[in-house]
Write a protein that binds this ligand. Structure first.
Ligand code: WT7
Length: 687
């Protein structure tokens, strides 16, 4: 990734002309104010929102230094608000009730629906009233395990309206992952749906939710309400299934009755249909006025110890930050149609499908399907149909679609586009250029937005009307974000150089704690460099001050934009009785960015076979979810360990790609193991 002498792409003129921030001078001025006078900067922004009570204490207060006591972050002390009110009621009151909030687009192109702000508000109130009637109160945790349907947005907003806390689990996670998260969050209420088509695959959400509820029960946590959206009766099944074609989905036989209705098993003690529950509920429900530092949601993210962390965000700061980043990073304008392809189950969907867009009174596309079903032009077809102007997706999706060439893109009129965003991992310049030239017809601004579940919103990003971009660089910090690069000793690297990417002070959207484990919050993010929030990523600053995020520097890997920890996968593997020990590393992958490459040492008398690798893959799928399935599993008669027993992962990473350039391996207890492992590599192509 060359930073020097690489081509610079200026903001598209059509964007700069009308932009909220239309030059680097303006960016610098605003940025400086956000750092020097955070209270004045964010105080001005806060005026756009409704607060039932104003700030009474310090506007911002924090400690980032573990040697000074506990880490804490507080914004807008004493103020009271409700984020759901700011997302919906505020706009309806301003006469925007009839405006479309979401164009829902189903997995099958035949399925589509429009939802206005007024519709959303009514539905949210009905659900909020129902939850209240079932005793769900302020501070209660509500787990949500749903497909990309409007009821998911309704669920999160209803929970927020009554002061409860949502914990959304991505609909691709397994029953065990779901129950782990429900147990940790102490969630006794779950909202789910019967099932969903994802491409031609049927995901049995209710069945998985049932299993998760069973696991919770075994661990003495009784779920008392499972609210189920009946989604299947409203959607078109894939052709292969309706035709009963030879390769028809086997689900057809087991999960549908004679009339073609989807069947669910029902536990009347806890299960309630969403439509029954809401039928007689009032469409009015006053919001509960909350402290700005009350929790809004938790969202689990992988931790390097293997146990997922419940990243906790609070109401006031997250509201200001998700709204402001949405407004500036995409340069949102009143007539835009915005489309973010991320699932709401990830932070990108929280901040940039639900909260950021709704807080800005935006009109968005809510897409249930996948980019390649029923054809590889699906995204482009949607952009043409709804005249999407701002589009946000992940490098892995761009690389998948690039493989099909330019034709599927060129078939559609994409001239409505003006800003294209990227998120999830560093975008390789080749994918950046294809996105810019082929999708954007060289007449768009690209924004490569760097951020994390923990940061709540974009922290390093170009602004589409202001920043001249270098493909592959996330460019400059967002307002309020004070970036530093540190070396291993914690000394600051000024000017050009590469080091640990850290932030010196809190921006409003930073997480406040790890749910139930504040100490883990302090150790993970603040212990290594007292006084700084540590991202866990490395980054380089070039001679022009551009930031290039180079990737994780801990034992995390990024598969298709989703973080996994090596420990999480290793512990799933060793659950298999044939496996004595396992070590997992990332191997570069042309579409996924990184994929899993696993080394397994077998227990005495066990044999390595195709059957075993299939079982191990299943184990990881069951424990974590299908997206974590390993691409490679190889036999390891031994692992390269130092004398103190630490696995030297950099050696394993070399073996994974077939590179013999190991560097210094003299500290290994048995250097000869490296050659043995090399001999056991699977043949290329065989996984
Ligand atoms: C990690 C956070 C935040 C939304 C999706 C992932 C990597 C994310 C970029 C980018 C380089 C990126 C980092 C980060 N990452 N965006 N534009 N350039 N790297 O959220 O699961 O919390 O993962 O994703 O490594 O730490 P997440």
């Amino acid at each position: 990734m060359a930073s020097e002498g690489c081509q610079i792409f200026n903001p598209a003129e059509k964007v700069a002309k009308i932009s909220h921030c239309s030059s680097m001078e303006q960016y610098k001025q605003m940025y400086e104010k956000s750092i020097k006078e955070p209270e004045a900067f964010w105080g001005e922004i806060a005026k756009d929102f409704y607060f039932e009570e104003a700030v009474t204490g310090k506007f911002v207060d924090y400690n980032f230094d573990t040697t000074n006591g506990k880490i804490f972050i507080r914004w807008l002390a004493g103020a009271k608000t409700n984020i759901c009110y700011n997302c919906l009621d505020r706009h309806v009151a301003a006469g925007k009730g009839d405006q479309v909030a979401f164009y829902w687009v189903g997995n099958d192109p035949a399925d589509a629906e429009e939802v206005t702000y007024a519709d959303l508000l009514k539905e949210v109130c009905r659900l909020a009233n129902y939850l209240k009637s079932k005793g769900v109160a302020k501070g209660d945790k509500v787990a949500i395990y749903m497909p990309m349907i409007k009821e998911l947005v309704v669920a999160m907003l209803a929970v927020a309206r009554i002061g409860a806390v949502h914990s959304i689990v991505f609909g691709g996670y397994s029953a065990e992952s779901l129950s782990d998260r429900m147990l940790d969050a102490e969630a006794r209420v779950l909202i789910t749906a019967d099932a969903v088509w994802r491409g031609a695959k049927l995901i049995h959400l209710k069945e998985i939710a049932d299993d998760a509820i069973k696991i919770c029960k075994e661990k003495e946590q009784n779920v008392r309400l499972n609210l189920v959206v009946q989604h299947m009766k409203n959607v078109t099944a894939p052709q292969s299934v309706t035709n009963g074609a030879a390769n028809g989905n086997p689900a057809k036989k087991t999960h549908f009755d004679d009339k073609g209705n989807y069947k669910v098993t029902w536990n009347p003690e806890v299960d309630v249909w969403w439509h029954d529950a809401l039928a007689y509920m009032s469409t009015e429900c006053p919001p509960l006025w909350m402290d700005t530092e009350d929790p809004l949601f938790m969202l689990y993210t992988s931790g390097s110890t293997g146990k997922p962390k419940g990243v906790l965000h609070t109401i006031g700061g997250y509201m200001l930050y998700s709204a402001t980043t949405f407004k500036y990073s995409f340069d949102y304008q009143p007539n835009d149609v915005y489309f973010c392809t991320a699932d709401i189950g990830w932070i990108t969907g929280h901040s940039y499908v639900t909260y950021g867009p709704l807080l800005n009174n935006a009109t968005s596309v809510l897409f249930e399907g996948v980019p390649t079903y029923p054809h590889t032009g699906r995204f482009w077809e949607i952009i043409e149909k709804y005249k999407v102007s701002k589009f946000y997706t992940a490098p892995t999706a761009i690389r998948t679609l690039m493989k099909f060439g330019d034709d599927p893109v060129k078939k559609y009129d994409l001239s409505s586009l003006s800003v294209l965003g990227s998120v999830g991992e560093p975008i390789n310049p080749e994918a950046w250029l294809w996105y810019y030239k082929v999708v954007g017809d060289s007449n768009v601004s690209i924004v490569d937005t760097f951020w994390q579940t923990e940061t709540g919103g974009h922290v390093i990003t170009p602004l589409p009307g202001a920043t001249p971009c270098k493909p592959g660089s996330a460019c400059f910090p967002f307002f309020g974000v004070d970036v530093a690069l540190l070396d291993e000793e914690g000394a600051e690297i000024k000017g050009e150089g590469e080091g640990y990417l850290v932030f010196r002070r809190p921006w409003p959207g930073i997480m406040r704690t790890v749910y139930g484990n504040h100490e883990r919050f302090e150790t993970t993010y603040f212990k290594k460099f007292p006084g700084f929030y540590c991202t866990g990523d490395g980054a380089r600053r070039d001679k022009d001050g551009y930031i290039w995020v180079t990737g994780r520097i801990d034992d995390m890997l990024n598969v298709s934009g989703h973080l996994l920890s090596t420990a999480q996968v290793e512990s799933a593997m060793v659950e298999h009785s044939s496996v004595a020990e396992s070590a997992v590393v990332a191997r570069p992958h042309t579409v996924k960015g990184e994929c899993l490459y696993c080394f397994v040492t077998l227990a005495e008398g066990c044999e390595f076979s195709d059957k075993l690798t299939a079982e191990l893959k299943n184990k990881v799928r069951g424990r974590i979810g299908p997206f974590a399935t390993p691409d490679f599993i190889q036999l390891a008669p031994g692992l390269p360990k130092t004398r103190s027993g630490k696995i030297m992962r950099r050696v394993l990473r070399k073996i994974a790609v077939g590179d013999r350039d190991f560097g210094d391996i003299s500290t290994l207890a048995d250097p000869s193991i490296v050659e043995v492992l090399f001999q056991h590599r699977p043949k290329e192509g065989k996984v």
